[in-house]
Design a protein around this ligand. Structure first.
Ligand SMILES: C[S@@+](CC[C@H](N)C(=O)[O-])C[C@H]1O[C@@H](n2cnc3c(N)ncnc32)[C@H](O)[C@@H]1O
Length: 314
């Protein structure tokens, strides 16, 4: 499959004005047919009729981008975010990509809306279309790290950050007694519940979920394809370290790039440079047990550059 965008059908928030909503629908048809100038015109009309129409502003931003009108795109994305301050469309991510705003955290409401919409077809899209292999890579890495220190790869309590539908718990099921899953998306959690793999599940931001857990209460923490939605790794790493028992492991995947620091890619996920991952691990007091260049998924049939990381609490 080519050109797979890891995106569900576009989010639509009605303006509450039937005429404006209809103009939006026509504009979307025109955009899909490639008549971008006419689409922009209709979207501008829709926003005149309903100035708080976030979906129309956001789509107008995308059409302006397609037309190469950067300044107008930036203005439209800003209006989209003003109209929906929770930013369910992720206008602030588009502003970061356009270089109009500094890199910042992903809007929670955007991640939640994205994965709530995505949940019904998540596994087939990710595993079948994008060759997703994050959980298997984490499993192999954790086994290797345990093997190297001659300890059994068996864990009483494990926490799965951004657990999604439960693919990581499935990979580790035989090695873990009690699995706890955290995810921002209630629909993904519903799917995880159906898997029967988790003893506890919470709809929560991963950092908040960790904050709610006692010191030294987990033997293993996993984050498979979830830290790609977290700009600042250190906050999560520090809390994960507090929650782990001494000798406990935190295994996670990230997407990466050749340079240092954090970038946001076209797929609207963060990519962390290797030096930045190493520095984050050190800053949070972990010992790096393993860091390997391995890709967890493909895009356009090409492996997306990635890292598989295992950090140990000493
Ligand atoms: C690409 S999916 C991966 C799901 C699962 N770990 C797997 O390997 O199949 C990313 C998941 O992370 C969740 N997520 C992203 N940011 C999060 C955050 N800050 N806190 C909790 N969950 C988050 C999303 O809702 C989504 O379910």
């Amino acid at each position: 499959m080519t050109n797979v965008e890891f995106m569900p059908a576009r989010l639509f928030l009605s303006s509450g004005d039937l005429v404006a909503d209809r103009r939006f629908e026509f504009a979307r048809d025109l955009q899909l047919k490639g008549d971008l100038v006419a689409a922009a015109d209709l979207l501008a009309q829709a926003t005149e009729l309903a100035p708080g129409f976030a979906s129309a502003w956001f789509t107008l931003g995308k059409v302006r981008e397609q037309l190469g009108e950067r300044d107008a795109a930036i203005a439209a994305f800003r209006r989209a975010r003003d109209a929906d301050p929770d930013d369910r469309h992720g206008a602030s991510l588009r502003l970061m990509l356009l270089g109009a705003e500094k890199l910042a955290a992903m809007p929670t409401a955007y991640v939640r809306a994205l994965f709530d919409q995505y949940a019904p077809k998540f596994e087939s899209a990710l595993v079948d279309d994008l060759g997703y292999r994050g959980p298997a890579l984490l499993f192999k890495a954790v086994l290797a790290v345990r093997h190297a220190v001659r300890k059994p790869a068996f864990f009483k309590r494990a926490i799965d950050l951004g657990c999604g539908t439960g693919l990581a718990a499935a990979a580790f099921a035989k090695e873990v007694d009690h699995f706890i899953g955290f995810d921002l998306s209630a629909r993904m959690i519903e799917k995880a519940r159906l898997s029967g793999l988790y003893a506890e599940l919470e709809v929560t931001d991963m950092l908040e979920g960790l904050r709610g857990r006692p010191d030294a209460s987990a033997d293993l923490i996993l984050a498979a394809d979830a830290m790609v939605y977290v700009a600042d790794l250190v906050g999560v790493l520090k809390e994960a370290r507090r929650v782990l028992v001494p000798g406990g492991l935190f295994a996670f995947t990230v997407e990466t790039h050749d340079g240092d620091g954090v970038m946001i890619g076209e797929g609207l996920r963060y990519a962390h440079g290797t030096p930045c991952v190493r520095a984050s691990i050190e800053a949070s007091g972990f010992k790096l047990s393993q860091l390997e260049m391995l890709s967890a998924r493909n895009e356009d049939n090409t492996p997306v550059p990635g890292l598989v990381v295992v950090a140990a609490k000493m």
